[in-house]
Design a binder for this molecule. Sequence first.
Ligand code: 8YV
Length: 322
Amino acid sequence: DTAKPDVLAIRQMQSEVMEALNGHFQFHRLHEAGDRDAFLAEFGPRIRGLAVGAQTPVDSALLDRLPRLEIISNFGVGYDTIDAAEAGRRGIIVTNTPDVLTDEVADLALGLLLSTLRQIPQADRYLRAGKWPEKPYPLSATLRERKVGILGLGRIGRAIARRLEGFDVAIHYHGRSRQSDVSYAYHPTLMEMAQAVDVLMVVAPGGAGTEGMVDAAVLAALGSDGIVINVARGTVIDEPALIEALRSGTIHGAGLDVFAKEPQVPQALIDVERTVLLPHVGSASVHTRRAMGRLVVDNLVSWFEGRGPLTPVAETPWSPRT
Ligand code: 8YV
């Protein structure tokens, strides 16, 4: 069917997405091509849409192979693996999946915070290991009387803050600018916030602008009761500095859903007892992944029906031609 636009997936995505793309478009799968280079030489020039997962790099080298590309639809709200600025220069729209995962990720962030403070997974392991009859589980840290600092008060950061209001803790935030519609304590620098709080919730986007911004000095400022929770990108934290801070007792513990080099997790983090480590599952419920998948497809369908993208990213804004 030559009337259908050519759309390319560069890796396997959930089956509902693959089936929908196959139904709507002339659909190609780069990851199934034996010879990637030969495939791109043959089909690259006619590809007009790209569907990508959050962990698949889309850089100039790939864009060079896709000269007719109009839109990149990303599965995930974070798109740090896509060179969106370069896409913008080339007139290519990038879309992501905001909103549909906000509450799911915020829920997980709260779960990770409570798990880390009250050592819920560790206590479960203790029971399963048959240790309870010997002696009660040791007393844990607490969320009581805590001050929580949110790094990145975007959609997910705000959803986390709303939940935290119900937990009766002080809420602080740091981001590029003060937000006039919230009453949480704003700090113009991360360091200032780290000095004022004892929980750091990392919800800032990944990429060059935030790389390693939670460094040894920030961790030290949290203090020995300090807790770090990260549901954003592993790159935002200087991972070796975090390992050192955990080992030395500079901070108390960490709950991490994301890592610098996923799916590799440093053994040093696993060896530290006061960590709760999750395999990047923030948005990973059946319900939310389905909604994300639909939005990936709907962005492409809307674009190729001439109605514009539904959720373009900031670097590639869309205004309909009049
Ligand atoms: C991704 C995520 O969808 O949305 C994001 O930014 O990190 C996840 O929800 C996940 O990595 C799937 O690739």
